[in-house]
Every structure is written in C-alpha cells, then in structure tokens.
Design a protein around this ligand. Sequence first.
Ligand SMILES: [Zn+2]
Length: 329
Amino acid sequence: MPFRDIAGHRLTLGLLARAIAMGTLPPSLLFAGPRGVGKCRTALAVAQALNCLSPRSDVRLPGNGDASEATLAIDACGVCAVCSRITRGLYPDVILVEPDAETGNIKVDPVRDVLERVVYRPYEGRRRVVIIDDAETLWQSAQNALLKTLEEPPRGTLLLLVAAHADALLDTVRSRCQEVRLSPLPEAEMRALFPDADAGLLRLAQGRPGRLLALCRLDVAALGRALEEVLDGRLPGSAFARAAQQVVEQRQEADAGDDEAAHRLAAEVCLAALCDRLAAGGAAPAGAAAALLELATDLRRHIPPAVAWVAAGIELAGRRVGSTSPASP
Ligand SMILES: [Zn+2]
C-alpha cells in the first residue's frame, strides 16, 4: 500500500517520503504508536517507495478534515511487479518478522536467521527492508542479537521495528533507532476519512483506522445485545460466552487470521459497552469490569478464548448488585 492510501499521518508520511527522495532515511527506524493506527502499513509503504519500479514524485494529497493539503516527494506506484509482490509478502528483499502464533513472542532463532540473510546484498531490490512487527514481543536475547545490526546495518539494508508498546523494548534497542511516532487521528479527521462509519464505531475506534476496519468486520450490535442480556440476568454466562465467540468466528474476512486480536477487540467492545451502561445508571454485577479486564489479559496471555470467555461470562452473570433493571425510573 503506497503512502497516499494510508489514512491520516500526512505530516509524518511527508517527512518519510522526503527522506527517501533525498536518500537521508536513517537505517534503523522504530514505528511506535497504538495498535491499528497504521504503523505496519507505513513500514510497508516505505519498503515499496524504496523498491518500486516506477515511483511517482510530488504526489499531492488533498486537504481532509483537520489535515491540510500535503505533498509526498516520492511514493510507490502500488501496481508494478515489485509493489504487488511486496503487498502479497512475496518479495525476497522485504522480510517480515512476526510473533510466533503459538507463544505470541519473537524468539531469538528467527532473528538470527534474518541477520544471517542480511549480510548478503539484496537479491533483486535496491534496498532490503526487514520489518519486525510487534517488536515488543522480542525475547530479550533476540533484542540483544539485534543490537550490532541496528548500530551498523549492512549496506543497502533498512531495519524497521514496529511496536505498540515501545517502552517494553530495551533502552539499548530504542536508542539505536530513530523513533517515528504515529498517534491516533483527531476525531474530525476520522470523520472526514470515514464519512459512512457509524458514530458508535468511530468512538470505539479511538482514532485508529485499522481498529475501525476491524470493528466494521465484527457484529458489534450482536455483541452488545449478548452483553445486555447477560448483565440483565436473561442469559447464562456460558451462553454469553458462546454468543461472543460466535461473533468473532463469524466476522467478515475471518479467514485473514489474527483470531486472537479479534477476540481481544471483542472483549474491549464489551468493556466499553459496560462502561456506557454504568454511566447511564444501569446495574451490573460487582466484578463485571474486572472480569472483562481479566478477559483481555487472559487473551493476551494466550489462554484459549473458549476458556477465557466462559470465565468472564460466569462473572458477568454473577451475583447482582445495584438496581435490577438499567436506568429504572
Ligand atoms: Zn511500484
């Protein structure tokens, strides 16, 4: 995806494009910012702009919401053979390192493998780009293995670390990277970028375009209904757990994977709905909020979703405090 197709961050994208055009891009960058804000897309856009067969120059981005007009000194075409192979993850000089699906961590071996590959010149491209996604999940030994390469990357190689929790990285790693911070987009810009999006979903997206797209794939209304019913005592905890899991399993493009992120997002949707209910004077069991927070933690710790949702469901259906019906007159 070229820079111009990324939602928001115009100032940052403009600076990156200018550095690429002038050949002044630092060899090690850390893209920091919350999940779903566009960090990995930006890293891929950098890789495309560096390797595109027919890059465009002086691409104008029209004004939008809060964002004023901007110009990109260089941008990938997005359609040449190289661009499309980068998008599909099939370009040998753009290497993506991601957490292990089972443990959620990046161990030292895959990092060592990549470091062995980058000592050779790029196979086809002008620049080899190594993108380490969720870099905060790198084992400490893996981070230490990276230090020397971060300090002196081999000629023609660019290292891009992507992290939602950059503060979890070793100081020695952070200090060797130029940090590029991507912040949530202002509300007005989100509204201008996604004029058809539901106001409730926009609020839940918290200025993060990727999160909004993930929310649009979920049946958020069904999730909200299941939560209301379990909190009202009309649905047993186990049935709530089944309903929530069904929403995740039946989301659009579920085949794209990342089930764990979808479960976590569903848990966050439930927590936001609970907060709204309590703010409106509704009742809930005493441990409801804690149960949903624990659900999110359990999912991050790779507890099987079926177990985590049932545990939360039992608490949500549990001992009741407060009035029996929400906002009763
Ligand atoms: Zn291209």
